[in-house]
Design a protein around this ligand. Structure first.
Ligand SMILES: Nc1nc2c(ncn2[C@@H]2O[C@H](COP(=O)(O)OP(=O)(O)OP(=O)(O)O)[C@@H](O)[C@H]2O)c(=O)[nH]1
Ligand SMILES: [Mg+2]
Length: 349
């Protein structure tokens, strides 16, 4: 993930660095030409070899010192140039426009008018971009998530998203994680819409050794969730995970169905499951699910096959809700906590 963004950011920093360093070098050359003229004639008069070596060493030292001192005041046009370079890289990789605007603003706040040493140009610009990327992301440490789940019994998690986004697979991964942390789990087969959805879920539950509450196809998904919560209370389950159906587009039926499931199950967390490969479509879906149903967090699946990474950057920013985990494969352990600092560091190489 992020490979392309990483390369483009590097390239655009190189361009601006060359520009800034180039300007300063040109100025330095002019200044040196002027100050060196009389000095040279004095030097030729005092011509012992020993003295020349010492003199050269002093000049080298002075030059080094000068390179440290020479600085460049970042102008608005520098920032626009830096931003234009990274903007195309981010936009091509599914980063939403609102995120780009914020990054532009952040760069202005961080860099405008700042005197930066020529030697530090690269690191200063990198730092500003990293800080901005960190500020547009919201993450949620795994420990915080686990302790929230432990705080109530049964803790109800509702998973929503369009069809094929990875809801059922992610549910199985979450069940695996929670089980590994000592919790008992009941699953609600509230996708009564898609053919074979109940069998798919039943296989996961059997593999993981957890309870599944199911009705027939076509049954009311909210009624299944209601029964699952009742079952969880009876058998003393710590968590109820509710799987739901998707549709190829977010139609009225789906929204009404999910609203009812939410009303009946009163989940402690409603999690939007987005397909990282869907890019900006996933960002728009997250926005709609949030406004229609209300979400508390997101999980992005298929991060292992997403080379771009823009959806990950945009979803948290657009919904103002944290990204809890990234799905990184089809196995039960392929779920990683989304860490802002690591991600921003990784993007900056
Ligand atoms: N590579 C990869 N594949 C994934 C990941 N998560 C899910 N998948 C695959 O994506 C496909 C769809 O996943 P499901 O979990 O069935 O998606 P869903 O949202 O439940 O789909 P519907 O029930 O049809 O709405 C399956 O083939 C999964 O194996 C992931 O993190 N990485
Ligand atoms: Mg499913």
């Amino acid at each position: 993930m992020f490979d392309f963004i990483k390369k483009k950011i590097k390239d655009s920093i190189n361009v601006i660095q060359k520009k800034i360093v180039g300007e300063e070098k040109a100025e330095e050359a002019v200044k040196e030409k002027e100050t060196n003229k009389p000095q040279k004639s004095v030097e030729t008069h005092k011509a012992t070899e020993h003295h020349n070596v010492a003199q050269k060493a002093v000049v080298v030292e002075k030059k080094k010192e000068k390179r440290h001192i020479i600085s460049h005041k970042i102008t608005e046009s520098d920032i626009d140039e830096i931003y234009l370079g990274i903007k195309s890289a981010l936009a091509e990789n599914n980063v939403a426009l609102s995120v780009l605007d914020d990054i532009h603003k952040d760069l202005k706040t961080e860099l405008m008018g700042k005197e930066i040493s020529v030697l530090n140009t690269r690191s200063e610009i990198e730092y500003a971009i990293k800080k901005s990327i960190e500020s547009v992301l919201l993450s949620y440490p795994e420990e915080k998530f686990l302790s929230e789940v432990r705080s109530k019994k049964p803790y109800v998690l509702l998973l929503v998203g369009v069809n094929g986004s990875g809801k059922t697979t992610t549910l199985a991964k979450l069940a695996n994680l929670l089980k590994k942390n000592g919790m008992n789990i009941t699953v609600s087969a509230s996708d009564t819409f898609r053919a074979a959805s109940i069998e798919q879920l039943a296989i996961h539950c059997k593999n993981l050794g957890i309870d599944l509450v199911k009705h027939n196809y076509g049954a009311d998904p909210a009624a299944v969730a209601f029964d699952a919560i009742k079952h969880a209370k009876n058998v003393n389950s710590d968590v109820v995970l509710i799987d739901t159906a998707g549709r190829s587009d977010i139609n009225k039926n789906l929204i009404e169905e999910l609203k009812k499931v939410k009303r009946v199950s009163k989940p402690d967390k409603t999690i939007f499951i987005g397909d990282a490969l869907a890019g900006n479509d996933a960002v728009n879906q997250a926005r709609i699910f949030d406004s229609e149903i209300g979400i508390d967090a997101s999980i992005l699946s298929k991060a292992d096959v997403d080379k771009k990474g823009g959806a990950v950057l945009s979803i948290a920013h657009t919904t103002k809700k944290p990204v809890l985990f990234l799905g990184t494969g089809q196995g039960y352990d392929d779920l990683i906590n989304f860490d802002i600092e690591k991600t921003a560091k990784f993007i900056m190489g």
